[in-house]
Write a protein that binds this ligand. Structure first.
Ligand SMILES: *[C@@H]1O[C@H](CO)[C@@H](O)[C@H](O)[C@H]1NC(C)=O
Ligand SMILES: *[C@@H]1O[C@H](CO)[C@@H](O)[C@H](O)[C@H]1NC(C)=O
Ligand SMILES: *[C@@H]1O[C@H](CO)[C@@H](O)[C@H](O)[C@H]1NC(C)=O
Length: 450
């Protein structure tokens, strides 16, 4: 792609993966919400100036996304004049979770009348909730801010925001421009694959990818909103699960997925030994694998997905299935699938967006579950207590092209806290609450020793 744009460009066309997000977000996938719950009214002028500092240090956060729907072209540009974000106020939520859901379903990037538009990539809203609580929600376009960047942003924001409360003023990381798209940072040779292999893989993906088993669809057709359900596991059980992963040399995502697959099959009352094929999208943060290597401070989208599937027939041991899931991903990574198939998967996602009929029941579901290869780790601090921070959730909308359940896992003070999101009315709240409760039961019942 464009080698002429230097790393500190103040404007450039979007790269291939960013392009897919620019196509997906208007349909309802990739509106990231970072929600903070406070026990005292946040000082809005201080909050706003903290956000401005972040926008100053990370130009992409004050950039404008220009969309031309008639040609499907998109570009990012950063005005030299400060583009000062204004915090909005709302009292339209009765709870923290409602504020979070509400924000995932506000879509500033939907383009109804096919005109060229220029939109901000970040918004902030404060909600006055009942019982003397306040929620602050940042809303971002996922194409410019992946989960790693979002977690970093949250840490920086909390550092800046609590600095006034006699906490150490954080040295904030600074970037000079918008940064490169991921495609421009793939190490030489890693993305190439033989022409024939590309054709075979594309055929494999297009014929098979959408033919896997899914959860029961409560309503066919396009979903129109994203809903949230939480999966939390206490300190001791989380510890036990993490030790189980460690002793088997696997990662947390594999056992989460295994629990999800087992719960999915159990939800269906199938005869014994009937096989189901479930698909998984694993999002891999490529920052450490790129050239140049990028740090977490690099705001942008630098994840790549690996899509694979597993047969489940019921009666599996959760750890055995987890090991199988983990081994399959390791093999794919060793074959550089996260680089070689990036363009194919982006193409496939755009195909599904243009032709929802390719997906089962036109629901735009492309896999059963999506997970991140590594969890986010966050610990609370004295500063957080002083600013009255009670809770914190980060996730993104999925009612455009997406899986049925997207899991955003965090280890917070050693406890597993998963933000799980699903499309509605494709899946119902009752169905997904049950599903996640089953997953939790399976995780809690898992015997961690080998
Ligand atoms: C809010 O923060 C600003 C600094 O940004 C400070 O000058 C002001 O006194 C604070 N207001 C309150 C009510 O604490
Ligand atoms: C979504 O569609 C359902 C019917 O399919 C409707 O009841 C609901 O109000 C719609 N929600 C939104 C947010 O438009
Ligand atoms: C976070 O807290 C957990 C449990 O309290 C602890 O094991 C871990 O080392 C902490 N991590 C950091 C980075 O402080």
């Amino acid at each position: 792609m464009s080698t002429e744009s230097p790393p500190d460009a103040m404007s450039r066309p979007v790269g291939g993966t960013e392009y897919s997000w620019c196509r997906a977000v208007p349909g309802g996938t990739g509106v990231t919400a970072l929600a903070l719950l406070f026990s005292k009214p946040p000082n809005l002028s201080h909050l706003q100036s903290s956000i401005h500092k972040l926008q100053h240090s990370h130009p992409i956060l004050r950039s404008k996304l220009r969309s031309d729907p008639s040609t499907n072209t998109f570009s990012l540009s950063t005005p030299s004049a400060p583009n000062a974000l204004q915090i909005q106020s709302s009292d339209l939520a009765q709870s923290f979770y409602q504020a979070l859901e509400n924000e995932m379903n506000i879509n500033a990037w939907r383009n109804q009348d096919n005109r060229v538009t220029e939109n901000d990539v970040m918004f902030a809203t404060v909600y006055k909730l009942p019982d003397q609580k306040w929620a602050v929600v940042l809303r971002l376009h996922t194409g410019v801010c992946d989960r790693t960047a979002a977690a970093f942003l949250l840490r920086e924001l909390l550092g800046l925001f609590s600095a006034g409360e006699k906490c150490v003023d954080k040295e904030i990381a600074k970037e000079n421009g918008i940064g490169l798209p991921i495609e421009d940072c793939v190490p030489a040779g890693k993305a190439s694959k033989p022409f024939w292999a590309r054709g075979v893989d594309m055929l494999g993906y297009s014929v098979n990818s959408f033919r896997f088993s899914h959860l029961e669809f409560k309503q066919p057709g396009l979903p129109n909103s994203t809903q949230y359900v939480r999966l939390q596991i206490g300190l001791q059980d989380t510890d036990r699960i993490l030790n189980g992963c460690k002793s088997r040399k696997i990662k947390l995502y594999a056992v989460l997925t295994a629990a999800g697959f087992i719960a999915a099959r159990a939800s269906k009352n199938l005869p014994d030994d009937k096989w189901e094929k479930y698909s998984l999208a694993t999002l891999i943060d490529c920052r450490a694998l790129l050239e140049p290597v990028l740090s977490d401070h690099h705001i942008g989208f630098y994840h790549s997905a690996i899509l694979n599937s597993h047969d489940v027939k019921g009666g599996e041991d959760v750890w055995d299935l987890a090991k199988r899931i983990f081994t399959a991903l390791e093999t794919a990574k060793n074959n550089n699938k996260h680089f070689t198939d990036m363009a194919d998967l982006n193409f496939l996602m755009c195909k599904a967006i243009d032709n929802p009929g390719l997906t089962p029941s036109s629901s735009l579901r492309t896999s059963l579950i999506s997970v991140f290869e590594d969890p986010i780790t966050e610990n609370s601090s004295q500063c957080h207590k002083e600013i009255g921070l009670l809770d914190c959730i980060g996730c993104a909308s999925v009612h455009g092209v997406s899986p049925s359940l997207a899991i955003f896992d965090t280890l917070r003070d050693g406890e597993l806290d998963c933000a799980c999101v699903y499309p509605s009315p494709t899946h119902s709240r009752e169905q997904m609450q049950d599903f996640v409760d089953q997953m939790k039961k399976i995780l809690l019942g898992s015997n961690s020793s080998q």
